[in-house]
Design a protein around this ligand. Structure first.
Ligand SMILES: NC(=O)c1ccc[n+]([C@@H]2O[C@H](COP(=O)([O-])OP(=O)(O)OC[C@H]3O[C@@H](n4cnc5c(N)ncnc54)[C@H](OP(=O)(O)O)[C@@H]3O)[C@@H](O)[C@H]2O)c1
Length: 447
């Protein structure tokens, strides 16, 4: 084993960085044996110099991250600061000074992964980011390396623990969105400003990274259709239950059936209770991958937290250090297919639409005609709150009581149809006098 240590610079020592420091300092003998040389923490860049940091060697701390990455003797830079700048400049500078980079930064990778990969190649170093998607769960390396000989057609995942916790609470207790969010905040699962999670930005960044790797193409966060879960109601969850489904915020990356394009989207969706993703509870993450030869694969585990995320960071650090010792680099970006990313309107899936309608004869036929005009085929219709003897289709399943002002609620579930056709259907429905409102529209996935 080489005795001269490989030098590691750590940028950031917060939730993740402090755990990375702990593992490097407490597991040094094992890490050295696995790498083939000892690793030495050469410096730790932070923002606030005077903050008390248990277990972190004070002599290594610096507030000058730029000077640290410019030292010239650093083998690997571990970036766990987050955000776009100054991190992009720090990573580029690290490459220019010959260091490989391990990052947990989904925001930066989803915005600008291609140019960072190009810079790494230009300087003959590695860029690894297993921790950027789904925390501890090995996902980037399996997609990039283990499935390199297969053809991935679909990636369907729960990649945000905060939103899964909220939806799981709503499902198990009947709570509304605000109540479930309050509980997530109190328990530390949601940040004081939960926007990135509940509006789907965090999941969209992860979807962009996954789609790019799965389909060997370039996808940025701007290509990802995004809807958060703030509009999901307790009634939606109850309606999903009636269909034998639950509601999850899903990141869905798909190759088109003709293979000529891909789509990437994040939105709440109903999935059948029999689907493996339906059983992912609390703040856990899981990603379901469908590949041509491998079939269906499921990756499951803690998607966040200091120690779980540090596990993924350390895996990358060991790989980057081994490559440094062997004077080589690992698998980099693979974007040779250059497939276009289609707009949301081209996505084909099923829909659950809840309408408030006038409770009088003929309404169901009117509504059905609008669906037919837009070539959206109806699978089932459920009517709630009808007046007795109003004479509509006998085929509808009835439930609930009479609604105020002679209103009823119609729940329509469609067969697979393009999103654009569904949007056009809903616009036409809104123009009908007998449709008082469109209470909710939710996609149905995983069938
Ligand atoms: N937390 C998770 O569960 C998790 C999971 C997966 C991925 N990630 C990713 O991991 C990264 C870090 O997340 P985190 O939760 O550990 O964040 P965090 O707790 O906020 O820590 C950020 C660290 O960066 C330091 N920092 C901020 N600006 C800096 C600057 N300009 N120069 C030098 N240091 C600076 C901060 O210094 P001070 O300590 O002085 O404030 C702090 O130590 C992010 O990209 C995040 O998306 C986190």
């Amino acid at each position: 084993m080489r005795t001269r240590p490989l030098k590691v610079a750590l940028l950031g020592c917060g939730v993740v960085g402090s755990e990375v420091t702990r593992i490097i300092t407490t597991q040094s003998a094992d890490l050295a044996a696995r790498i083939g040389a000892p690793i030495e923490l050469a410096g730790i860049a932070v923002r606030r110099a005077n903050r008390v940091r248990a277990g972190v060697p004070a002599e290594l701390l610096t507030t000058d991250a730029t000077a640290l990455v410019k030292r010239g003797d650093i083998d690997v830079v571990v970036e766990v600061i987050g955000g776009i700048e100054p991190v992009r400049t720090l990573i580029t500078t690290a490459f220019e000074h010959g260091a490989s980079v391990v990052s947990a930064n989904k925001a930066l990778l989803a915005a600008d992964g291609a140019s960072l990969h190009a810079k790494a190649v230009e300087h003959g170093v590695d860029l690894y980011y297993e921790a950027a998607v789904a925390g501890a769960i090995p996902l980037i390396r399996p997609l990039r390396e283990s499935l390199a000989g297969d053809k991935v057609n679909r990636v369907l995942g729960i990649v945000n623990g905060t939103t899964n916790f909220i939806l799981d609470k709503m499902d198990s207790t009947g709570a509304g969105y605000s109540e479930a969010l309050d509980e997530a905040t109190a328990l530390g699962y949601a940040e004081a400003d939960p926007t990135a999670d509940v509006e789907g930005f965090d999941a969209a960044a992860k979807a962009a990274i996954l789609a790019g790797i799965a389909f060997h193409t370039r996808v940025t966060i701007d290509d990802v259709h995004r809807e958060g879960l703030t509009e999901v109601t307790a009634a939606d969850i109850a309606s999903a239950r009636k269909m034998g489904c639950t509601v999850k915020l899903l990141a869905i990356c798909e190759r088109a059936r003709d293979g000529r394009s891909v789509t990437a989207r994040v939105h709440p969706a109903m999935i059948p209770l029999s689907h493996p993703l339906a059983s992912v509870r609390g703040a856990y993450n899981a990603v379901f991958v469908e590949a041509e030869a491998a079939g269906q694969l499921m990756f499951y585990g803690p998607g966040a937290g200091g120690a779980p995320t540090a596990s993924a960071v350390l895996g990358d650090l060991v790989a980057a250090c081994r490559n440094k010792l062997a004077a080589t680099t690992g698998a980099g970006e693979s974007a040779y297919t250059q497939l276009p990313v289609s707009p949301m309107g081209d996505v084909v899936t099923r829909y659950h639409i809840s309408l408030d309608v006038a409770d009088k004869p003929g309404v169901l036929a009117q509504v059905a005609t609008v669906f037919a005009e837009h070539d959206v085929s109806i699978d089932t219709v459920r009517q709630q709150g009808r007046n007795q003897g109003s004479g509509d289709d006998a085929a509808v399943e009835q439930g609930g009581g009479r609604r105020e002002g002679g209103e009823a609620s119609l729940v329509v579930v469609t067969h697979r149809a393009p999103d654009a056709a569904l949007s056009a259907t809903v616009s036409s429905l809104r123009k009908l006098d007998t449709v008082r409102g469109v209470a909710s529209i939710m996609r149905v996935e995983g069938e």
